[in-house]
Ligand binder design. Structure first.
Ligand code: SAM
Length: 228
């Protein structure tokens, strides 16, 4: 999969060199490019923002640098699916990650300040699919943290990125329930024992216990998932 990220803080994306995502890049499973939006400015101050039309607080990202940065991605025969992180977007869920993991090329536009001039989305949508996606109902300072989270959630679903793919099947949100509690050695830690059933070797009973734990945990922490 090819991934392009456009940002005014390329250094923010350095964690994508680490851990499983970094390994996937080095193995050629992910072809990831980070672009500095300021490369597409033409003034001495490399300006990417200006005051909002209509007044109000904060600054808005100017359309011209974004237009040029996106032109570079659409110069060839194929185009990426453009993802624009934003608190006003459609919620990014595990299903979104699954859908996007099927795509050959994703580009991410990291907003800052009060966001990107709306015409950038409109113009981009004439030449590529565009999705505005929210990480959750809270406001971040910029899209970079959202992109880190989205790229990690998407990339780990690409075959070969995670060593043991069975671990993907058993996770929270894969089938609408949260995961069961997990334990490792030692069997007793600070006086706390691992649930006895897990030491029984009875795989059927363990599976039934885990399912019950998933139901209880989901009911306690995320009852909204059970009512869907
Ligand atoms: N004025 C915008 C609003 O109220 O919708 C918020 C802008 S926010 C301060 C700056 C940038 O952070 C956004 O353009 C977006 O890239 C990113 N961002 C903030 N919250 C986000 C969220 N919950 N999910 C995804 N991206 C977010």
């Amino acid at each position: 999969m090819r991934l392009d990220v456009i940002t005014i803080f390329p250094d923010y994306l350095q964690p994508l060199d680490l851990s499983l995502i970094g390994t996937a890049r080095r193995n050629g499973l992910l072809d990831l490019h980070v672009h500095d939006l300021r490369e597409h400015t033409h003034d001495r101050h490399r300006t990417v923002d200006d005051t909002p039309y209509g007044g109000g607080a904060g600054m808005v990202m100017k359309p011209e640098p974004w237009g040029e940065a996106l032109d570079q991605l659409t110069a060839g025969d194929t185009v990426p699916h453009l993802i624009v992180p934003g608190p006003g977007g459609t919620p990014f869920t595990q299903q979104t990650a699954r859908d996007l993991a099927q795509e050959p090329w994703l580009a991410f536009a990291c907003g800052r300040y009060e966001g990107i001039d709306e015409r950038v989305y409109e113009e981009a949508a004439e030449r590529m699919p565009v999705s505005v996606l929210s990480l959750g109902d809270y406001v971040l300072n910029g899209g970079e943290v959202a992109v880190l989270a989205m790229v990690e959630a998407i990339a780990r679903l690409i075959p070969g990125v995670i060593g043991n793919e069975q671990s993907l099947v058993e996770e929270s949100h894969e089938d609408g329930l949260l995961e069961y509690p997990v334990y490792t050695k030692p069997a007793v830690w600070r006086g706390r024992e691992v649930p006895e059933i897990l030491l029984s070797g009875n795989h059927g009973a363990i599976a039934a216990w885990r399912h019950e734990q998933r139901l209880q945990r989901t009911a306690a922490r995320r009852p909204d998932l059970l009512s869907d």
